[in-house]
Design a binder for this molecule. Structure first.
Ligand code: PHE
Length: 341
């Protein structure tokens, strides 16, 4: 039996593969289940007990050496394959690009707006998308017959008209006033829902950012200066703003804010329809009725609120003419905005 073991050892040492596949074949022939080593192991069971010690050691050595040799050969052939590869490949071929994801333009603009206001001391507040009438309308001084409550604008839950999809993130402002006493300075980003026909300028789902600032002695001038700062940060240092009287149930006085057109610099072009101005948000001084409804003393505190559509800001900032592009998730479109890329 010793002869057979030595013979096998010699073959292991002398084995020279001609191809990588020879190694695996050799391994199966020697070390496989039905291989030669196992055959010797079977034979080993029948040898005289006084020979077992000596033969057992020899068999072990054979097994270890065969395993080590096969592993070494595998390694050798793998390295050889690596070295060979460049020879039959075109070294001048450019590497294939990794496809990185990019942030959605709506997220980019939202993050920028949040960042600008956080520099003014605002913190982010969030709230539920499914709301009740109180937080979306009643606490914000909407008269019972206000058209915004109409079925045409608001998605109600059929079984319970008190439950609805929020039409603006002002509901978060109400939730903040419930939890927190003045001074309050929050910025409220979120998805909102309105029952509108989808077109290049409107969608039934879009994103808003609203802000609320309540403290003692907050004035219209504070609001104007904060919004001017915001406009310059987002649209550029040369940007001017103007305010036009408007109406919202929850603010008094109320205004629409326009920025000077960042495309023509205010001279008038197709985007601003020749006016030189672009409407970007609504704002106003918080109506005393809203403060009262939320247990804040209007004699002591005053505040301002503002709200804007993120898609609209993003359209103006990037010169995108169709709002639907933001929802279609065509990566060729989405990929153009992330400055990090
Ligand atoms: N909530 C208003 C809207 O959705 C925007 C707004 C917010 C206006 C705060 C004034 C003050 O249109």
């Amino acid at each position: 039996m010793t002869d057979k073991i030595n013979e096998l050892l010699r073959r292991v040492e002398e084995f020279k593969p001609k191809a990588a596949s020879d190694i695996e074949e050799f391994r199966i022939r020697i070390l496989g289940k039905k291989g030669e080593l196992n055959a010797l192991m079977e034979e080993f069971k029948t040898v005289a007990p006084e020979l077992k010690r000596e033969l057992g050691q020899q068999l072990n050595r054979l097994k270890n050496e065969a395993t080590a040799r096969i592993n070494a050969l595998r390694e050798e052939w793998r390295n050889a394959a690596d070295e060979q590869a460049p020879a039959d490949e075109d070294l001048t071929r450019p590497g294939s690009a990794e496809h990185l994801g990019s942030r959605h333009p709506i997220s980019l603009v939202k993050n920028q707006i949040v960042e600008v206001f956080s520099r003014l001391g605002y913190t982010v507040a969030e709230g539920p998308e499914i709301e009740d009438d109180w937080h979306v309308f009643s606490a914000l001084n909407f008269p019972p017959e206000h058209p915004a409550r109409d079925m045409q604008d608001t998605f109600f839950i059929e079984k319970n008209p008190d439950i609805l999809l929020r039409t603006h993130t002002s509901s978060i402002q109400v939730r903040t006033m419930e939890r927190q006493k003045p001074p309050i300075r929050v910025i409220c980003p979120g998805r909102v829902f309105r029952n509108e026909a989808i077109s290049y300028r409107a969608h039934c789902i879009f994103h808003q950012i609203e802000g609320l600032y309540i403290d003692e002695g907050v004035s219209f001038a504070d609001m104007k200066q904060s919004l001017l700062y915001f406009a310059k940060e987002v649209f550029g240092e040369q940007t001017r703003i103007r305010m036009r009287p408007s109406y919202f149930p929850f603010t008094e006085p109320s205004a629409e804010v326009d920025v000077s057109c960042n495309l023509c610099g205010g001279k008038g072009c197709a985007v601003c329809k020749g006016t030189g101005w672009l409407e970007i948000m609504g704002c106003g001084m918080v109506d005393p009725n809203v403060l009262k409804a939320n247990d804040i003393d209007p004699e002591k505190y005053s505040g301002f609120a503002f709200g804007m559509g993120v898609e609209r800001i993003a359209m103006l900032k990037y010169g995108v003419k169709d709002l639907r592009l933001y929802f279609e998730n065509d990566v060729r479109f989405l990929h153009q905005f992330d400055e990090a890329l």
